[in-house]
Design a protein around this ligand. Structure first.
Ligand code: 6PG
Length: 245
């Protein structure tokens, strides 16, 4: 792997998944405490999630103290193919010894969109143990983020109100805000409240936005984030626009 200060380039998406799995294991084993992981949705991270449930990572991850959150969710039932929680359940939770009480998924049934956002915000505050985020005490240990071809991350979409929200912890994103289905998303302050922020970016179609991210182009939500802790970008050669990593 090579790359700039916070960019790690791997040859293929499979190499990215393997390197991220090992990196996550190293972070989780570096502390004896409760370890909060915020997951991104979409296609890119699925290979990573599947890998975590396979050895050698399955045998080494400290499952009882790992807590799993979601950076955003499509407001569809969990059994809908678009559901991020459904994808992670199939790829990871159904294949590894994850305590049910450690899975903190967003409610997408039985509540209106706004109520579901408020409910998840309460769940985050309960886990955190305070109503205000503190700079010296991040909410997450690792926050995995994807990068859209329009520069969005989580469901912070360019020009959408949620991308500028600074007070609420969780925002509803009504359908039509650039996506066919309504969504729920963590807001910038919450996504920034992490000891490590790891972007996973693969595919040549992401190359332009990866350049914008690396250049700090404040026009795109992904580059507007100012993570409290370290930022690391795992990319494959196609997204990084290099032949060889
Ligand atoms: C989602 C994600 C979203 C995703 C990007 C990249 O729910 O869609 O959280 O932010 O990370 O859209 O998606 P791909 O990995 O599918 O390219």
């Amino acid at each position: 792997m090579t790359g700039a200060r916070d960019l790690r380039i791997c040859a293929t998406p499979a190499d990215v998944a393997r390197n991220v799995a090992q990196w996550l294991l190293d972070q989780a084993l570096a502390t004896p405490d409760r370890f909060a992981i915020c997951l991104s949705g979409g296609r890119t991270p699925e290979m990573l999630y599947r890998l975590l449930a396979d050895d050698p990572w399955r045998a080494q991850l400290p499952w009882p103290r790992l807590h799993w959150f979601f950076g955003d969710e499509r407001f569809v039932p969990p059994d809908d193919a678009r559901s991020n929680a459904g994808m992670v359940h199939r790829a990871l939770f159904s294949r590894a010894p994850v305590p049910a009480e450690n899975i903190h998924a967003m409610a997408t049934r039985g509540l209106a969109l706004d109520e579901a956002a408020l409910t998840y915000a309460r769940r985050l505050r309960d886990f955190y143990g305070a109503d205000r985020l503190q700079q010296d005490r991040p909410l997450f240990d690792v926050n995995f983020l994807g990068l859209g071809t329009d520069g969005h991350t989580a469901s912070l979409l360019p020009g959408d109100a949620a991308a500028a929200e600074q007070a609420q912890w969780v925002c509803p994103v009504p359908a039509g805000a650039g996506r066919p289905e309504p969504r729920i998303t963590l807001t910038r302050p919450v996504l920034e409240s992490s000891r490590h922020t790891a972007f996973l970016v693969t595919g040549a179609n992401k190359a332009p936005m990866l350049r914008c991210l690396l250049q700090g182009d404040s026009q795109i939500p992904a580059a507007q984030l100012r993570p409290q802790g370290a930022r690391i970008i795992f990319a494959d050669a196609a997204a990084a626009g290099t032949d060889e990593p």
